[in-house]
Every structure is written in C-alpha cells, then in structure tokens.
Design a protein around this ligand. Structure first.
Ligand code: NAP
Length: 259
C-alpha cells in the first residue's frame, strides 16, 4: 500500500534503538525524511546511517536529551518542517510509590507527559495551516492495564493520554491527527533490562524468566519492533486521517477483554 507520505518530514524522538528506531525505519521505507534524536551519539549515528543506506531518505541525527528544553530546541531546529511527530522517551523506573518524592514524579511527568505536550505545542499550528499533521505518541499498555511496579508510568502516561484525547478532537477538522500506540512486551533493550532485574529479584535465571514471560502471552512470544514500526507508519499515513484520538494496543493479546 502506498501510504501517501513520501517526501514528508518526521521528527522521531528517542529513536536510536528499540521502538523509536523501528518507527523511524518504517517511516523511511515509505519515503519520509527524518530527524532523529537520542542522547548517545554513537548508536544514534549508526542508526541514522543504516536508515540512509537502506532507504535513501535524508536523516538528520541530533544528539540530545528530548526531555530538556535545550534538546527539544536542537531537534526542532534540525527539522525543516514537522509533518509527522513521533513522541517517545525512556520510561520511568519501577518501584514502590512510598519511596518516590516530588522530584521523582516531576521527572516522570517531564519525560512521559510534558515533553510530548511541549513538542505538540511547538509543531501543531504549522500542521494545521498546512492541513496535514500526524502525531503518534508511544505510551504503554500500562495506560490501559496498570503495571503495579510502574506507578509513575501508569500515572504520567495516563495524563498525556487524557490531554491528547481532548486536543485530538479540536484539531481533527484540519487533517491533523493525534493517536497513541500502546506497546505490550516488545523485544528491545528495555525489555531485556526489565527482565534481568525481575530475574535477579526472584533469584531465577534470566532465560527462565524470559521464557516464562513469553509463554504467559497469548501469542507465546514478544513483539518485534518491526511490527510496532509498521503500525506507526500506518497511523502516520494519508489514509489514517479519520483515526482520531485512539489508543492502539499492540500486546499479542495480553490484555484480556472482548473490546
Ligand atoms: P529502548 O530499547 O531502551 O530504547 C530507548 C531509546 O530512547 C534509545 O534510543 C535511547 O537512546 C532513547 N532515549 C531514552 N531517553 C531519551 C531522552 N531523554 N532523550 C532522547 N532519547 C532518549 O526502549 P524501548 O523498549 O524502545 O521503549 C520505548 C518507550 O516505550 C519507553 O518509554 C518504554 O517505557 C515504552 N515501553 C516499552 C515496552 C517494551 O516492551 N519495549 C513496553 C511498554 C512501554 P539514549 O539512551 O542514547 O538516549
């Protein structure tokens, strides 16, 4: 299917690895030029070069922290125009809410709610003027089904989801859409790190916990980042203009419900 977005420009946040990288690659395969941001220059430049070689699109790589005002300014300055915005950042740490103070919460809100809102604020009016814009927020399955140890993720991402539910209905008439992708377990560095820490806590071998977690999923496996990236490219497509304010769960069926 021709997604009708060749020649557009996307800002993809937290994009050197994992789900952000997969979104960038799928967009590039559909002819979208990219600006990518991540903090560590080495893996970022590697990803940018791999995507350039594989697809021939223009890829600007910006080394910076998207959660800081300075990082956001650098990223936006590197984009000729933002037609597609993929919001993403690292997730907050697990723990017990009794141990979290105001500072911890502010960090989580900054990373998983306010940074996305700042970037939307910086890019949405020109999208409205051009009568095309696609905003995809990478949130988490925890928005729909809270994960006990990830209270800050549950809370901060739900805040972003609520805000975007309202805003998406105010901008849809201009062919600007805002939707959220909710990952369940996808095979990325983050999943490996989380599984390692769970295995250590339980005194079990990493491989054992990894397999148990796969078996607990109705699909009997973890998601592949490629599958996630393709869903992002579709939400960014010309054809997806009537998909507004939705939360698409990609979790292999882990969330058990009829609807
Ligand atoms: P990942 O494989 O660890 O990749 C994270 C990427 O984000 C890296 O490129 C990292 O590069 C970049 N990054 C992190 N913080 C950043 C910042 N402040 N500024 C700029 N770049 C930043 O993680 P992932 O699995 O793709 O997860 C992506 C998001 O989805 C996270 O919020 C995660 O919590 C959420 N999620 C993931 C899963 C899953 O199973 N994978 C499930 C539910 C939710 P640098 O470190 O170099 O900056």
């Amino acid at each position: 299917m021709d997604l009708g977005i060749a020649g557009k420009h996307a800002l993809v946040c937290a994009a050197s690895k994992g789900l952000g990288r997969a979104c960038a690659l799928s967009l590039a395969e559909n002819g979208v030029n990219l600006t990518l941001i991540a903090r560590t220059p080495g893996p970022l430049e590697e990803t940018a070069e791999e995507i350039r070689k594989a697809t021939g699109v223009t890829v600007n790589a910006v080394a910076g922290d998207i959660v800081s005002a300075e990082g956001r300014e650098k990223a936006l300055a590197a984009c000729p125009q933002v037609d597609i915005l993929v919001n993403n950042a690292g997730g907050p740490p697990p723990g017990d809410f009794r141990d979290w103070d105001r500072e911890d919460w502010i960090k989580a809100l900054d990373a998983n709610m306010l940074t996305a809102i700042e970037l939307i604020k910086a890019t949405i009016d020109p999208m409205i003027e051009r009568k095309f814009g696609r905003i995809v927020n990478i949130t988490s399955g925890s928005v729909k089904s809270p994960i006990p140890a990830l209270g800050m993720s549950n809370g901060a991402r739900a805040g972003l989801t609520g805000f975007c539910a309202g805003l998406s209905r105010q901008v849809a008439q201009h062919n600007v859409t805002i939707n959220n992708l909710l990952p369940g377990p996808f095979e990325t560095d983050r999943l490996t790190a989380n599984t390692k820490s769970a295995a250590e806590k339980a005194g079990q071998a990493f491989e054992e916990v990894w397999k148990q977690r796969q078996q607990a999923n109705p699909s009997k496996r973890f998601g592949q980042p490629r599958e996630f990236g393709e869903a992002c490219a579709f939400l960014a497509s010309a054809q997806a203009g009537y998909i507004v304010g939705q939360n698409l769960l990609l979790d292999g069926g882990a969330f058990n419900s009829t609807f």
